[in-house]
Design a protein around this ligand. Structure first.
Ligand code: PAF
Length: 281
């Protein structure tokens, strides 16, 4: 695998790849790679001739300095994992290279950022969109792969590629889970043993509400979820919303949408985890 640190070098290299008529699949990450990321690399491998992964811990998408500081960093292990997956290029730029001005662009997300993550993490999606748009302009992939765990991010990235006419197909990929159902996340490694056990409650509750969604109202489901987290001293519910899968607008009644997803964020100790489940579509 080639490791490239500069924009100029990766652009020149990929121009040659495209000249040969090869398709490029791209997996943007912030490192601390796990099976979830590797599954994206495998999907990219299946559908493209050439696979590029980027690792860049994007400071402008963190709204808390402490969160950025403690974000896990394992570059040596990441390189080994990417080599094992036969990734062709790792783009691993410095902060100065990617963000000479450290400023996020301001995007019009058409309201998609008003709920859930957008509401609780001010400026987060402008930071994500700034970096993802830059990466797409540098790498110019045919396809880019994103996990469904970050569902709101996926919908927002889809919108910005459409709005800015970026010629890249966004490929959503299933959330990869641990044996007990916890969605894989780089942040999981920050959990203590007892917090890790508590974190499994998140998906247990989501699975339960999928069963209940056929015969309970949205209000009843919300009350059930809140009561489940009230029981726990370590896992604190930040939000739980049942929303339309496209507009991301919170629903009050099932009849308001035919495509419905439940999304949640839970603070487990000092670690903030998100997850979701499609209720029907
Ligand atoms: O999902 C992530 O890891 C990040 O938000 C992304 C898409 C790499 C942008 O920094």
């Amino acid at each position: 695998m080639l490791i490239i640190n500069t924009i100029e070098e990766v652009r020149n290299h990929l121009a040659k790849i495209r000249e040969k008529g090869l398709s490029v699949g791209f997996v943007p990450t912030m490192g601390a790679l796990h099976e979830g990321h590797l599954s994206l690399i495998r999907e990219a491998r299946k559908e493209n001739d050439y696979v590029v992964c980027s690792i860049f811990i994007n400071p402008i998408q963190f709204n808390k300095k402490s969160d950025l500081e403690k974000y896990p960093r394992n570059i040596e292990t990441d390189i080994n994992l990417l080599n094992d997956e036969k990734c062709d290029v790792l783009f691993y730029p410095s902060e100065v290279e990617m963000l000479p001005t450290t400023k996020a662009e301001t995007f019009d997300f058409g309201g998609l950022d008003q709920f859930m993550e957008g509401k609780f993490r001010s400026g987060h999606f402008n930071g994500v969109a700034t970096i993802v748009k830059k990466l797409f302009e540098i790498i110019e992939p045919q396809r880019a792969y994103f996990g469904m765990k970050d569902y709101q991010q996926l919908v927002i990235i889809h919108k910005i590629t459409k709005d800015h006419n970026l010629p890249v197909e966004i490929i959503p990929c299933h959330t990869i889970r641990e044996e007990d159902g916890l969605a894989m996340s780089s942040r999981n490694q920050l959990l203590s043993k007892s917090e890790r056990k508590q974190a499994a409650t998140i998906f247990k509750v989501l699975k339960m509400i999928k069963i209940h969604s056929g015969f309970s109202t949205i209000n009843e489901i919300k009350e059930y979820v809140e009561s489940q987290f009230r029981k726990s001293k370590t896992a604190k519910l930040e939000y739980f919303e049942i929303v339309d899968m496209y507009s991301l607008k919170p629903l009050k009644a099932w009849a308001e949408s035919n495509n419905v997803i439940a999304c949640t964020a839970v603070q487990v100790g000092n670690v903030r985890l998100i997850d979701n489940i499609i209720l029907f579509s």
